[in-house]
Design a protein. Sequence first.
Length: 208
Amino acid sequence: MNTKRQQWLEERKSGIGASDAAAILGMNPWKTNIQLWQEKTGEVEPEDIGNKPVVKYGNDAESLLRELFILDFPQHSVKYDEFKMFRNKVYPFMFATLDGWIEGERMGVLEIKTTQIMNPMQWSKWKDGIPDQYYIQCLHQLIATGYDFVILKAQIKHGFEDVKLTTRHYTIEKNDVMEDMVYLIEKEIKFWDQVKNKVRPSLILPAI
């Protein structure tokens, strides 16, 4: 295995990453807060999902979508480092590895998502915003980096026989979401204390 990747995977065990944040609030459709706690305390090994077709597609598409973003928005200076880990200066256990970051007078996070819409309910979550689990991920990235904004680039597949692609860009300004960030920080501090002290949290079920 790539040495840098191995080091990165080991470092991920030392705190809470952006992809962990929604599970802490019981808002990750694929993982409960209990499952996350078991992974962070070492009770279970995280499932390796890298070979799942949807995950592999997203990983393979990421670099291409990042290059498209650079072409479409030449006013932004985009940087990328596969293993660079940003940590919150006050709470260093809160970290994020980014799909890219935007340098300038105002610093920003670039987040890239690929998804396939299977039913109208899923589309409604992208129509006027982004799904809750991705919103929480973006909040965590703002917390970890201290940056000013997030741009989420989403490539959305919809349809079955005649597959269509819709590309959308969503901007989240830090100043508009400070209250939500404070709430998330409080929940992450509590969760990490439970990890360190091996205190099993109560199960939080996602809303139906």
